[in-house]
Design a protein around this ligand. Structure first.
Ligand code: ATP
Ligand code: MG
Length: 554
């Protein structure tokens, strides 16, 4: 059922496929807290949650797990929806908020109290901590644990009415203070917070704890398979307990998988927020950020991200994935779709002395050799061109096949040119080259059969358009910055380099988001702030594929 591949199913799809065979109609959900922008780690969860539902004919809900009134914002809610849609997934009309269930959750809490399984506790936060014990020592029971059901119902109702200040009381589950799993030691269910909520306003001054709200929201929505990351495994007994104690049906089945971590990247929203607030990057969508909006602005495609998640697969062991694999998936995708253009980043002027002044001809250039349907375009050629400075060497080593004094090179889509003179300024810097061209070599070969080994890119200096090009490097200089105490000290100080480039005139038409390959250099994407008057390109990824290289070596 799962796609038409002959690969064995992963452990999640194996379970789901058995349940489907037994008549289950699959309902999954992706439940972000709207307290930050989504990142590539979330993309993995999204691909699994939505992917499994789609493959097994079910639906996937998008639910904002908005139980923390102070950290949430509509800005995040909107961006989450944009990002999920952009990744290629659809929740149909199944968009929900945990805050929609506040009344039901309150009723569940009342039911748990009526069953004698929850109590209102007057211990302070510090005392609760003290009473909890630790991994080796059992906790101590709260002196308020044995309040009568009537008293608990009364106090909880008054908590809701706002009679008590923040932090003065909590509603706690009555489970077992000696439980080996500390999450089971009478955890809090509700706390008092006189705080404004972005959706419910001031109608509540008590808020459910995440663990309580999360599992019961799943049940309320009829989720069949709660797919989540491994850190929730230890919470599962508590989720089971809440569902039983509240008498909620159905009882979703939780299955955990490992989180995605990437080299040279931090992934938690808290840290990403710190990068933004500390102005270490230019916002959530800075193209160096691992956020979905950052990757999008950088020129990543949803196809590349989905492919990456597919290759990673689903496992039960946390590990650090190589960012080079993500870049590899991107190159593979862009290689097929991105049109080629010529751009000169570090210009060296070349005057072709035997080409008539003022003349211009249009040379035919293939847009994408991988995709003939992309056709051809015309590139203007004239007496004055720019080439990249590093395609010329005055004293070339033996295997340098590009331009050098007296040497001949092929201009991409154009003619052979030969360097006849090197012009320098007073300080000895090369300022210009003089060349001749061979009119017989249009199209890239000589009728006399003579060969040139090198082909270089160029633009017509008389026609080129200027652009600002932003070249990015890894945001961090160490492989696992998240593991460092002073992770902010590991920021790569040279992660952004701004350059001026000369581009084919065609590129004035590039709209924001347009992705192309600058031949021999890499893939570039027109920035969201790019305009025909001021073109701005982000370097998406360089051409050199370190992932493919390491794979070939093995
Ligand atoms: P963060 O730790 O980055 O703040 P979070 O887990 O608190 O993330 P949520 O908004 O709660 O963020 O995440 C929504 C869903 O995305 C959860 O089900 C979570 O398991 C999943 N998720 C978050 N980070 C990753 C990751 N790195 N890899 C895979 N899934 C993830
Ligand atoms: Mg979280």
């Amino acid at each position: 059922m799962s796609e038409e591949k002959n690969e064995p199913l992963d452990f999640i799809r194996t379970i789901v496929s058995n349940d489907v065979a037994n008549g289950c109609k699959v309902v999954t959900r992706f439940p972000p807290e709207p307290n930050g922008y989504l990142h590539i780690g979330h993309a993995k969860a999204i691909c699994i949650d939505f992917g499994v539902a789609r493959e097994f004919g079910g639906v996937c809900h998008l639910r904002m797990d908005d139980t923390n009134p102070t950290k949430e914002d509509v800005e995040y809610v909107d961006s989450i929806q944009d990002d999920v849609r952009w990744l290629g997934f659809d929740w149909e009309d199944k968009f929900f908020y945990a805050s929609d269930y506040y009344e039901k959750l309150y009723e569940f809490a009342m039911e748990i109290i009526r069953r004698g399984k929850a109590f209102v506790c007057d211990l302070s936060a510090d005392e609760v901590k003290e009473y909890r014990g630790n991994l080796t020592e059992p906790g101590k029971e709260s002196p308020f644990r044995n309040r009568s059901i009537e008293e608990n119902l009364d106090l909880f109702e008054r908590m809701r009415k706002g009679e008590f200040p923040d932090g003065s009381r909590t509603l706690r589950a009555k489970i077992d203070m000696a439980h080996p799993n500390v999450h089971m030691r009478d955890p809090a269910i509700y706390r008092i917070r006189h705080a404004h909520h972005h959706r419910t306003g001031d109608s509540w001054c008590i808020y459910p704890m995440y663990d309580f709200a999360h599992c019961l929201s799943d049940s309320i929505e009829g989720i069949t398979h709660s797919l989540c990351t491994l850190e929730f495994e230890i919470h599962r007994p508590l989720y089971d307990w809440f569902i039983e104690a509240a008498g909620a049906t159905p009882h979703p089945r939780q299955i955990e998988f490992s989180r995605l971590n990437l080299t040279y990247t931090v992934m938690s929203k808290r840290r990403l927020l710190e990068l933004v607030q500390g102005k270490h990057v230019n916002g959530w969508d800075d193209p160096r950020m691992p956020t979905i909006c950052g990757l999008r602005r950088r020129g990543y495609t949803p196809e590349a991200i989905r492919k990456f998640c597919e290759i990673l697969g689903i496992t039960k062991t946390n590990s650090l994935s190589d960012i080079a694999l993500l870049e590899h998936c991107l190159r593979e995708d862009l290689n097929k779709r991105a049109p080629r253009v010529m751009a000169v980043m570090d210009p060296l002027k070349v005057v072709i002395e035997n080409y008539p002044e003022g003349q211009c001809e249009e040379l035919e250039a293939t847009n994408n050799p991988e995709d003939p349907t992309q056709g051809e375009r015309l590139v203007p050629f004239s007496r004055n061109i720019y080439i990249d400075r590093n395609d010329f060497m005055e004293e070339p080593p033996k295997k340098f096949f590009r331009l050098a004094p007296g040497a001949e090179v092929r201009l991409r889509y154009g003619y052979f040119i030969r360097c006849t003179e090197v012009i320098k300024d007073a300080a000895g810097n090369i300022t210009e080259l003089r060349c001749t061209y061979d009119p017989e070599t249009r199209g890239g070969s000589a009728p006399d059969g003579r060969k040139v080994k090198g082909t270089i890119h160029w633009v017509s200096a008389d026609h080129a358009v200027e652009a600002e090009v932003r070249q990015y490097d890894r945001l961090f200089s160490v492989e696992n910055p998240g593991a460092e105490d002073n992770w902010l000290d590991c920021l790569n100080q040279d992660s952004l380099e701004i350059k001026k480039a000369y581009l084919e005139p065609e590129l004035t038409k590039a709209v924001p988001g347009f992705i192309c390959q600058f031949e021999r250099q890499g893939y570039f994407c027109a920035d969201k702030d790019s305009t025909p008057e001021k073109l701005i390109f982000n370097r998406t990824v360089a051409l050199r594929d370190s992932w493919a290289k390491t794979q070939n070596k093995n």
